[in-house]
Ligand binder design. Structure first.
Ligand code: ADP
Length: 375
């Protein structure tokens, strides 16, 4: 049993820079938690404090029933996989896998068995006698994961483990690591996993839950689905999702008895759902957010709440297109199935088209606090 708990965890570096601002996080036993955020948000610092590679300036870290603040890394029941796989170049795969176990003076037979088990799980059996330089990047990273598995840790820590791999390998390693986690869970030996990445696709596809960080603060901890559909603030709304949510300054105004948001000079009525929720923001500046898949385009005006813009550029993703419009001084992204998109763009770019939003899917953020007030 190894839940991981951060309690008011803080990090101040020796130059006085406060990297982590008293964060609270509970990771359940056997849970796969992804910590994600842009470069510099302190995800590595947080993971390194959990690993015992970095001192803690305040608060506490618990693994299972132990406070581990002052424990050495090897006493924490953890195993860590790094971005640069750091295999020993002069050792074979087998020796690399066995190295940590030899240090802990396990009997030879047990070491051989644990190495064999890990090799089987990660399909490394045919590579056991190779040297690291005889491995591809993906194979080397599998050995690095294998080195963590043989230790049978309570907690797996991953620090951007796939960043050095090409896109295709990243995709297959994502699946492999997720499968490994499920396999351990099924076998009754769940390993709590904390996985750090700046890549939101990795976060969305791998995490049971995701912790989104910004500048040493936690912005939201939630399931991938909830982060996508119910972002609690403007930062999470903009960070999760590709292409990004359209977010722009707007104003809530009343027009002919209806609550509307302004789009340039025009007004679009909000749906009933929001009427009471955002009433207090009437006549105020807000941020309005709408995901690109909820923007609809047409050559002719829509019946209600239709505005116009100019098609500036198009990205063809094969099964869908991203269409970028110029609207009242900002860019608006629409995401369309390819047949609809082709019909729109075959008449050429730089012409005026009309758009409307699925207003029941929009988000309104307070201009000062940036909190989502439409949930
Ligand atoms: P991330 O992993 O999210 O990219 P880091 O945890 O590496 O972020 O860094 C978080 C912040 O702490 C950054 O602003 C970084 O410049 C700063 N930082 C990291 N290491 C040190 C250090 N040894 N001394 C001072 N500041 C540091």
């Amino acid at each position: 049993m190894a839940e991981v708990i951060f309690n008011k965890l803080e990090k101040v570096y020796s130059n006085g820079f406060k990297a982590v601002h008293g964060i609270d996080l509970s990771i359940a036993d056997g849970e796969f938690m992804v910590i994600v955020g842009p470069s510099g948000c302190a995800k590595s610092t947080t993971l390194r404090m959990l690993a015992g590679l970095e001192t803690i300036s305040g608060g506490e870290i618990r693994i299972g029933d132990k406070i581990v603040n002052n424990l050495a890394p090897k006493e924490r029941g953890i195993a860590m996989v790094f971005q640069n796989y750091a295999l020993y170049p002069h050792m074979t795969v087998r020796e690399n896998l066995a190295f940590g176990l030899k240090l802990s003076k396990l009997p030879k037979q047990q070491i051989a068995q644990q190495v064999q088990e890990a090799a089987q799980i990660l399909e490394l059996e045919d590579l056991l006698d190779r040297l690291p330089r005889q491995l591809s990047g993906g194979q080397a990273q599998r050995v690095a994961v294998g080195r963590a598995i043989v230790k049978k840790p309570d907690v797996f820590l991953f620090d951007e483990p796939l960043s050095n791999l090409d896109a295709k390998l990243r995709a297959s390693m994502r699946i492999r690591i997720s499968d490994l986690h499920k396999q351990l869970k099924k076998s009754g030996k769940p390993a709590t996993t904390v996985y750090v990445t700046h890549d939101q696709t990795e976060a969305m596809t791998m995490g049971d839950r995701i912790c989104v960080m910004k500048l040493g603060h936690i912005m939201q901890v939630d399931t991938p689905d909830n982060l996508y559909h119910y972002p609690q603030n403007k930062f999470v709304a903009g960070f999760i999702g590709a292409p990004e949510m359209n977010i722009r300054s707007s104003r809530l105004v009343e027009d002919a008895g209806q609550l509307c948001i302004t789009v340039g000079e025009e007004k679009m009525p909000l749906d009933e759902r929001l009427k009471e929720k955002v009433a207090a923001w009437k006549e105020q500046e807000v941020f309005f957010g709408i995901r690109p898949e909820f923007v609809h385009l047409s050559d002719t005006p829509f019946a209600h709440g239709s505005c116009s813009g100019e098609i500036m550029r198009v990205e063809n993703m094969g099964h869908e297109f991203f269409i970028y419009l110029h609207v009242a001084g900002y860019e608006l992204t629409a995401r369309l199935p390819s047949d609809q998109a082709k019909a729109m763009i075959e008449k050429g770019l730089h012409r005026t088209v009309y758009f409307r939003f699925d207003m029941d899917k929009c988000h309104i953020f307070d201009a000062q606090t940036e909190l989502n007030v439409s949930l």
